[in-house]
Ligand binder design. Structure first.
Ligand SMILES: Cc1cc2nc3c(=O)[nH]c(=O)nc-3n(C[C@H](O)[C@H](O)[C@H](O)COP(=O)(O)OP(=O)(O)OC[C@H]3O[C@@H](n4cnc5c(N)ncnc54)[C@H](O)[C@@H]3O)c2cc1C
Length: 515
């Protein structure tokens, strides 16, 4: 078995940036299950947050992040995130990412729940694509080894910790093993759990599922962010209408043309995402429609087309001119706050196993992510992962005794009743209806029983679709377990049967694999 110093799984911003840093310290292999640029990163529109403006400071950025996180962020991790942000932006600029400027200065935009303009963007609303393309070019230039269409199927662990990976070559369906000293999971999110999502097809929670199977701690899985404004046109593919559209003055209106957000929050259209998403669902329910309208027609059309070229062009290709017609939108699953538990150096409880990016749960987002903090998180903690490996120790996280709730979930459950065989469509519908934006005990129990039974039937992962379905069943189940346990509402987790936020629940839920 060949052995690398670093194996990095995933080629979004977290995987590519970490690989570019790690190559200074040893041999690196990047594994990715599709092509190099298939990932959530390239769809990011709004931008990346950092306190670089004159009226801004890391303290202010920290305050906004803590407020959005529903009293559940790890303050130390947020401090690291906000203090190191400007340096990581400088790194991206050095690597060649050209952020938009105005009169020679970086042009900062404002987004919901940020108290000042602090969002850097590139190519207007093409920030993620610009970052992904630039880092991809740097990776190819650096001659780092990478394998496309190579899907991680198993983390090899022994008493000494993580020692390598098993992966499936997707085309030939053959399996291989490779060893490493440091294994870094940068496998991204899990939007494909839900029927409606802004995430591309690679977002199937693979890293979380495999880390759980390997014995890693998984935290905050009940918190999944739903974005209030995904485009809702018949037959249009999933497409996000960035929060930045409301930041520029876009207004949400119901079917009667009423600007409804001021009825729900003093921050109106710039309220946190979960507030806007639930308000939107209520307005849709009241009017029995499947969308509300996001109106930006009052802005000068040239401002719309230059600030949002990608959104403008995409909507036009679907027959909608957003400079003259309001945009039909509805909520969709967007961002996984929970994930593989790490400390602020990206270390997990398994020696040699690290995680960064959306797959990781560093504690910076708490119960709800502040917009544009996620691209930033990948850089700040990706850098710290590599720094940690440089001290020569094989990292492992030791957590001080805390009041988190620890739950052991067996990976097989007794079959309950008759369930239809698992398919991606069935799983996505079940999750949308029972583990979605509004939850209750009955729905969560139904989802849990079904997912546990499906998990038992999905142990074989001979090809990419079957491996992904297994990973979705596991990730969905961990989400339903945590959502059932948390008998309150907080941030993105909303229980119809427990609508209050309770002091006694100001704690994290940490799941590990049990017998
Ligand atoms: C439409 C959209 C808009 C967004 N806008 C913003 C924004 O404006 N600002 C912001 O901060 N955030 C935004 N986000 C969130 C942000 O883009 C992501 O959180 C971030 O890009 C995650 O980066 P990552 O590298 O962790 O994961 P990803 O970019 O998703 O990369 C994950 C990689 O892992 C690979 N992978 C997964 N499983 C396996 C496996 N089993 N084997 C091998 N490879 C595997 C995937 O193929 C992929 O290459 C947005 C997300 C979406 C979907």
């Amino acid at each position: 078995m060949s052995v690398y110093d670093y194996i990095i799984v995933g080629s979004g911003i977290a995987g590519l940036y970490t690989a570019l840093l790690a190559r200074e310290h040893g041999s690196v292999l990047v594994l990715t299950k599709g092509s190099l640029d298939e990932c959530n990163t390239r769809y990011a529109q709004g931008g990346i947050a950092a306190a670089i403006g004159e009226d801004d400071s890391p303290d202010l950025h920290m305050d906004d992040t803590l407020k959005a996180g529903g009293d559940l962020c790890d303050p130390e991790a947020v401090r690291v995130l906000t203090e190191e942000a400007p340096d990581r932006i400088a790194d991206l600029i050095k690597l060649g990412v050209a952020f938009d400027t105005l009169n020679g200065e970086i042009n900062l935009a404002r987004e919901g729940a940020h108290s000042v303009p602090r969002i850097l963007h590139a190519g207007g609303d093409a920030t993620g694509e610009r970052i992904e393309t630039t880092l991809g070019v740097r990776l190819r230039e650096s001659r780092i080894s990478f394998l496309e269409n190579s899907l991680l199927t198993n983390i090899l662990v022994d008493e000494g910790g993580a020692r390598g990976v098993e992966y499936l070559e997707v085309g030939s369906r053959t399996r291989h093993q490779i060893g490493c000293t440091y294994l870094i999971l940068a496998t991204g999110g899990a939007g494909q759990l839900f029927r409606y999502t802004t995430n591309p097809s690679v977002a199937t929670g693979d890293g979380v599922a495999m880390a759980y199977l390997a014995g890693a701690e998984i935290m905050d899985m009940e918190f999944f962010q739903f974005h209030p404004t995904a485009l809702k046109l018949p037959d249009a593919p999933p497409f996000l209408i960035s929060e930045a559209v409301r930041g520029e003055g876009g207004i949400l209106k119901n079917s009667l043309g009423h600007a409804f957000m001021k009825d729900y929050s003093p921050q109106a259209d710039l309220a946190p995402r979960d507030v806007v998403a639930r308000a939107t669902v209520r307005e849709m329910r009241k009017a029995s429609t499947d969308h509300v309208l996001l109106d930006i027609t009052h802005l000068p059309s040239q401002r719309v087309t230059t600030r949002f070229p990608q959104i403008y062009r995409f909507c036009l290709s679907q027959g909608l001119d957003i400079t003259t017609t309001p945009i039909p939108v509805a909520p969709a699953a967007h961002y996984m706050m929970g994930g593989i538990r790490t400390n602020s150096w990206g270390e997990t409880n398994i020696k040699g196993l690290f995680a960064c990016g959306e797959a990781a749960c560093t504690g910076v987002h708490g119960a709800n992510r502040l917009a544009s903090n996620s691209l930033l998180e990948t850089l700040v903690f990706g850098k710290r992962v590599v720094e940690r490996t440089m001290d020569g120790s094989k990292g492992v996280a030791h957590y001080p005794k805390d009041d988190s709730l620890y739950l052991r979930v067996p990976d097989r459950a007794a079959l309950t009743g008759q369930n239809p065989p698992p398919t991606l469509e069935r799983l996505q519908s079940l999750m949308w209806e029972s583990v979605g934006m509004e939850r209750n005990e009955q729905g969560l129990m139904l989802a849990l029983g079904t997912l546990a039974a499906w998990q038992g039937q999905l142990s074989d992962h001979r090809d990419r679709p079957s491996a992904e379905l297994r990973n979705l069943a596991i990730t969905g189940r961990l989400m339903a377990e945590a959502a059932l346990l948390r008998r309150e509402s907080r941030g993105a987790h909303f229980r119809l049967d427990y609508p209050e936020t309770l002091m006694e629940w100001r704690r994290n839920i940490v799941i590990t694999r049990g017998e």
